[in-house]
Design a protein around this ligand. Structure first.
Ligand code: FAD
Length: 281
């Protein structure tokens, strides 16, 4: 499926490596993934600034490898002055896109949650401070953010981020395409017209997937849980099953009108490569 004869864009997400061995692995993965010609790659940021230098360094590394690189930036625990300094640094580094987030409240953080409380405040601040220099991506939650009391309130908060000046959105991952299309339909009904790009989580590790999904509120359908439980420690079967399930999800999303795909690569190349190569975009 193409838009104006061009393949729909994909983007890739990485996290800053913790040590030299992880860094070498990330470089190998990123070099392989260059073949997919992603529109951009994004690099996560530890809320509270815990990976600030790791994010800056990884963004520079991705730029040096030839990618258009977009740092994630979260506002929780930060002052306006800290955020301004980070934004100015990225501008000098030639960064043109930022993923703007509130971030998760780090455990042990006291009452002082910083100058800005929500991602919509951060988007507004970036526009005030940097004008239109940055393309701003925000997060969207087809299955509701876990801290939101209702899906309707969460949607209102999403619309507030859009109205504050976001250009595009990336969703939390999900395994049920209907949840995504329902969310997009409700956002359209509220007048949102920016692209809402599905975030895609590969399935490679049962316990890790359950842990992540519990934290972020993504539903793992019962049939997927059952199949994963049956595979036990058989990593090869989990990987083959995961590639099959996620490739079908991605093709379904593209065929029904999703504007592109954003892969949570977990710093690995092979599964994202296999899925992307199998897709008709
Ligand atoms: P917000 O949009 O501010 O929403 C947070 C919660 O507050 C929601 O429940 C919302 O409904 C509610 N809310 C918003 N505005 C208001 C208001 N005015 N009044 C009352 N309630 C309100 N985390 C990281 O730490 N680092 C990362 O790099 C990172 N990357 C991510 C990338 C993507 C694509 C996604 C989907 C998530 C990412 N996260 C990351 C996780 C994210 O930080 C958490 O989900 C966080 O809890 C919410 O961030 P947000 O930007 O969506 O917040």
């Amino acid at each position: 499926m193409t838009t104006n004869g061009k393949a729909k864009a994909i983007s890739l997400e990485f996290f800053p490596p913790r040590d030299i061995a992880a860094q070498e692995k990330l470089v190998r993965s990123a070099k392989q993934l260059l073949a997919l010609q992603p529109e951009y790659v994004s690099v996560t940021f530890g809320a509270g600034g815990s990976t600030r230098s790791g994010t800056v360094d990884t963004v520079r590394m991705m730029q040096n490898l030839g990618f258009d690189a977009a740092p994630h930036l979260s506002c929780i625990g930060a002052t306006r002055a800290m955020l301004a300094e980070i934004l100015d640094g990225y501008r000098q580094q030639g960064v043109r896109r930022i993923v703007a987030l509130r971030g998760d409240v780090p455990s042990g953080m006291g009452a002082d949650r910083g100058d800005l409380h929500y991602a919509s405040d951060l988007v507004r601040f970036i526009r005030e401070h940097s004008g239109d220099w940055f393309q701003i991506e925000v997060a969207a939650y087809p299955e509701k953010h876990p801290q939101a009391d209702t899906a309707a309130n969460d949607l209102e908060h999403f619309v507030a981020k859009v109205n504050a000046g976001a250009n595009s959105a990336i969703t939390q991952y999900f395994f049920n395409a209907d949840a995504y299309f329902d969310f997009v339909g409700r956002a359209h009904a509220k007048g949102v017209s920016l692209p809402i790009v599905p975030g895609i989580m590969p399935i490679t590790n049962h316990s890790q997937l359950v842990r992540f999904s519990d934290m972020c509120g993504a539903e793992i359908p019962r049939w997927i849980r059952q199949r994963l439980a049956e595979f036990g420690d058989d990593k090869a079967s989990i990987k083959a099953f995961g590639i099959d399930v996620i490739t079908r999800l991605c093709q379904n999303l593209l065929d029904q009108g999703a504007p592109g795909l954003h892969f949570y690569t977990l710093n690995n190349a092979d599964v994202t490569m296999s899925i992307s190569k199998a897709l008709t975009r």
